[in-house]
Design a protein around this ligand. Sequence first.
Ligand code: 6R9
Length: 572
Amino acid sequence: MRTMTPSNIGSYEERLKDFSWSLSEKELGYKAGDDINIAWHCTDRVCKLGKAGKTALIWEGLGGASKSYTFNDIRLASNTIASFLQGLGIRREERVCLFMDRIPELYLGFLGVLKMGGVAQPLFSAFGDESLLVRLENAQTTAVLTTRKHAGKVRKIREKLPHLKHVIVVDDDGKKPLQTGEVAFSLEKAEPVEDFKAAATKAESPSVLHYTSGTTGQPKGVRHVHYSLISQYLTAKWVLDLQDNDIYWCTADPGWVTGTSYGIIGPWSLGVTQCVLDAGFSAEAWYQFIQKHKVTVWYSAPTAIRSLMKAGEEAVKKHDLESLRHLASVGEPLNAEAVVWSQRVFGLPFHDNYWQTETGSIMITNLPGMKIKPGSMAKPFPGITAALLDMTTFSPMTDPGKVGLIAVKPGWPAMLRGYWNNEEAFKKKFRDGWYLTGDRATLDKDGYFWFVGRDDDVINTAGHLVSPFEVESALLEHPAVAESGVVSKPDEINMEVVKAFVTLKPGNEPSEDLKLEIMNFIRKKLSPLAMPQEIEFTPLLPKTRSGKIMRRVLKAKEWGQEIGDTSTLEND
Ligand code: 6R9
């Protein structure tokens, strides 16, 4: 039997009443003007609070390799890495890229960079040399921390990167000589640095540089500062409900903002134990992992949840997942069907929450204790003023069901401070005192937000706006459908009509009959205007590395257009 603990947030309404971010500042022992260093907070401070011997990280790699670190271990490791980087002559605010698989050094290196005042630039290790080049060039990166497995890609582009002074290989085995400008570092062999004075960074000192998933246009470097901790700490505490005894698992790679804000900073600043599984997706392996480590809080994404649904209920039943007590999801709209499914098979709903690389922390969310309306993102986090703006006048509106632009009042601690080297793109994100997310939604009479689509994904058929999410969610309810991507295709009369790309669950074969059956099934759920004119079965949908369906790629095909930047495409 599951034991239910009272949630950290208690009552949402009560918290709204007198909310101030100073609550988070106080809990973190921070006052305006003080030094604030994320890495110090995640390690030294947690140790000072008496958790030095508590497990911080349980790591598992491919083939069963595993390691475990206490908070004192991660304090020492981040000291040692920080001191090594300083010793190389790397200075504060210089960009240091982390380019490796999800091995412990990625997490410890991230903290090490922040501790010495550098700007951490985590990138997906699966990136090819071209994708890497664009981002290192743009950020004028000084150093890259990598492994033997990925160093070859850095070598290929090294000559094109005059700013790149140091390539640090963290798992050198001495077998193959390193090249000029490359240096070996080993956490195991290095003398642990007991005392390292964390850089005296201030609230506005730069901390993390994340390149956006780039579902549209060129990837942009999103600049964050150390003060973001104030948001990340409290959202991790209230939305993820992280408590002292939790074993937390965030399935995101730190190449994606979810993997840093809530895969490093949030949980560790709270002194919570987290697990990392450095392996690709497999339902069996994931359930095994939860069972083995008795994971209590699980933060994942719709793409993974849909894959679990595809794998079926039998896989769930084979495992003891009773340790789970709270589930959350981010990255894409979470289909109502996925929430209903998770409630049925795990006995717990996934709590959807909405935010962006740019927002740095969770904005709109299903908080513990709040009524869940499956398919809705629910309400703004306390301290977040989110609204829907009219698409032509840009003034806030509350008419239930009317599609508007999701906007947020600037000023929350984790807000981006700019795009790297791209002031113009940054300016475009603001209008009439609002930060524009580039997404659209509707509000219902209870003030719940319902996601419609990204600005460029919404379909305009004969003047009617169709939400790709709504069509995709209807499709997902059909038992044969695993996933779908819905886009517009050109049409002489209606300008645009709806087309659905569909992948099938195992045991289903594409056929004209199945298409008809699916059409008839969704006809009952959708308005006639939202009905796809065409369904195309496809074995695979194009996705970003963070698991988002790249509708832009599907759409370009329909419109005979250039696909544009595909550096974040997962299956390239
Ligand atoms: C954290 C993250 C941001 C974009 C965002 C929106 C989509 C994220 C969502 C969601 C509907 C949710 N998105 N969460 N859409 N419901 N719960 O994902 O950052 O990679 O920058 O993506 O993802 O379109 O604008 P990022």
